[in-house]
Design a protein around this ligand. Structure first.
Ligand SMILES: *Cc1c(COP(=O)(O)O)cnc(C)c1O
Length: 427
């Protein structure tokens, strides 16, 4: 009776949600998601997501990097609850202690020289602020970005996002943006000159398909910027706070950016929050003549900052950077073993820490494999700019057993995909 009731309620919830998406949210997205067989998410806990049907999924997508601490980490939930009972949003006329505390903590954990934080609510907003500050601080207009990059979909961030499909329908965007191949330091050196305000780059391209640049790439960009007086923006929205096995992606090369956008897991998987970290020189240039040259009503709200402080505590106390490094190796080794029988379908397994990409030889294989993974209770997705690459970004709290299960499940999913393709080939 209890189970039957839940199944009926679950189906009703699914039907109603899809119908309301169709009539009031986005009918085209509803069709796409329904076609892919997505359910309604009803609960998240630790490394698992539960859908309307009561099905449980090991979360290897991790909300594109939001759920580094898993779902509803108890320490983050507690901190937010306490803040909720005291002061969720600030009155704006007063100093806000939670914002001050989080800014101090971020200055402590980030590369030297990033002393200041501007708080906002998303990754795109943090990138918008970075581009705006770079223009203001240098008085220059030119921006260099990379092909395949992802910096968000608001107009300014979109102008620097390296995929034409997203930009084209909304042009003209911000003028003066040029794109160079990711990982190519020589092309960047040639593009950055005395009229360049900034170069914006991800330490590892996420949506572009989990691309790790050659060693020395960021250091070379730093030199090109220093030579010309351009600012270096390292977009750590996805790579930040332990995802790649170090606190920040740029720590791998010991490079100090002028500006560093953060978001995704900064709210501990409980609250949305974005932040732009920057140097004293940039803050002086932007704010000394006008202290409110840039601002946000909800940016730095106490609820989100309380979540951010708790998230940083958890990342340190649970040694999540180290876990990311060790489990990332285990995950890649495991996948290399379980996917070894399919060199015709899987072309590469790559990444750093628990930011892993599995590249297939054809777009369709990725799609079919994702369906097989979901069927077996493993949640995964491909990268936004590259459907050939399945991204694996599980919570950094994932256990060894869960990693091993995921690798075995991946092996089964690709084997079944291979069998299906072989059958189609025989027809
Ligand atoms: C997701 C992402 C963004 C945009 O963040 P939103 O919160 O979706 O606006 C920007 N940069 C990178 C590297 C990202 O991965």
């Amino acid at each position: 009776m209890g189970i039957l009731r839940r199944v009926i309620d679950g189906e009703a919830l699914h039907e109603r949600t899809v119908r309301l998406y169709q009539s009031h949210v986005n009918p085209y997205l509803a069709r796409l998601m329904n076609f892919a067989g997505f359910g309604v998410e009803t609960c998240g806990e630790g490394c698992y997501i539960t859908d309307h049907d009561g099905r449980r999924f090991l979360d290897c997508l991790g909300g594109y990097g939001v759920f580094s601490l898993g779902h509803r980490h108890p320490r983050v939930v507690d901190a937010v609850r306490r803040q909720l009972d005291q002061m969720p949003l600030s009155g704006k006329a007063f100093f806000n202690a939670a914002q001050a505390d989080l800014a101090e903590r971020l200055a402590q954990v980030s590369p030297d020289g990033l002393e200041y934080a501007f708080f906002c609510n998303s990754g795109a907003e943090a990138c918008e602020a970075a581009l705006k500050f770079a223009k203001g601080a240098t008085g220059r207009a030119k921006i260099v970005s990379t092909e395949g990059s992802y910096h968000g979909k608001t107009l300014g961030a979109l102008a620097t996002t390296g995929r034409e499909k997203y930009r084209k329908p909304f042009e003209p965007l911000l003028p003066g943006v040029s794109f160079v191949p990711f990982g190519d330091a020589v092309a960047a050196e040639a593009a950055i000159d005395e009229t360049t305000a900034c170069m914006i780059v991800e330490p590892i391209q996420g949506e572009g398909g989990i691309h790790v640049p050659p060693d020395g790439y960021l250091a070379s960009l730093r030199r090109s910027c220093d030579r010309t007086g351009a600012l270096l923006i390292v977009d750590e929205v996805q790579t930040g706070l332990g995802r790649t096995g170090t606190m920040f992606g740029c720590d791998h090369e010991g490079v100090r950016p002028d500006l560093m956008p953060l978001a995704k897991c900064l709210g501990g998987g409980v609250m949305p929050i974005g932040a732009l970290l920057g140097t004293e020189a940039v803050w002086r240039a932007v704010f000394s003549q006008n202290p409110i040259a840039h601002s946000s009503t909800f940016g730095g709200n106490a609820l989100a900052c309380a979540a951010g402080l708790a998230a940083l505590d958890v990342i340190e106390d649970e040694d999540l950077c180290r876990r990311s490094r060790i489990l990332g190796e285990r995950f890649r080794d495991g996948l290399r073993r379980t996917l070894a029988p399919h060199p015709d379908l899987v072309s590469e397994i790559r990444g750093r820490g628990l930011m892993i990409g599995v590249e297939f030889t054809m777009d369709e294989v990725g799609e079919l494999t994702i369906a097989q993974l979901m069927k077996r209770g493993l949640c995964a997705a491909y990268t936004l700019n590259n459907p050939r690459v399945i991204r694996i970004e599980p919570p950094l709290i994932i256990s060894e057993e869960q990693v091993d299960w995921a690798c075995a499940t991946f092996g089964e999913a690709v084997a079944e995909t291979a069998a299906m393709l072989a059958e189609l080939g025989d027809l």
